[in-house]
Design a protein around this ligand. Structure first.
Ligand code: ZN
Ligand code: ZN
Length: 125
């Protein structure tokens, strides 16, 4: 019984993230509230963390240090605009040649490109 309720909470969170554009945890919570007002903030935060730990969600650490979330999709990186702060998905992923042996058991890496997005470039002209 408890298990199916948890599954439902997780699917609501995934649903909320699909509606939003790389939301913060608070934005996810506000969206989940619209779908089911009974779910509390702590529950949403706990589930977001659990989904991130499982690799279903990706944590994006913004240049200013804020955390945003995305549903994990292979082969995409992010671009953050320095002018408007919007996050864009980029299909471009450079090849990074990791050294054959390091002292680290590398599992993953995150790339965020920063610059000026197309919309803001238009405004500047
Ligand atoms: Zn911009
Ligand atoms: Zn993304």
């Amino acid at each position: 019984m408890i298990k199916s309720r948890n599954t439902n909470q997780k699917s609501l969170i995934l649903e909320a993230i699909k509606h939003l554009d790389h939301p913060t945890c608070d934005e996810i919570y506000l969206e989940v509230q619209k779908l089911n007002p009974k779910i509390g903030r702590a529950t949403v935060f706990r589930n977001v963390k659990a989904l991130t730990d499982k690799g279903i969600l990706t944590k994006i650490i913004m240049p200013q240090g804020a955390l945003r979330y995305d549903i994990s999709i292979q082969n995409h990186s992010h671009f953050v605009c320095n002018k408007c702060g919007k996050i864009y998905d980029m299909s471009y992923l450079p090849n990074i040649d990791l050294p054959a042996s390091t002292n680290f058991a590398i599992e993953d890496y995150k790339l965020i490109f920063t610059g000026v997005c197309k919309e803001c470039q238009k405004k500047e002209r």
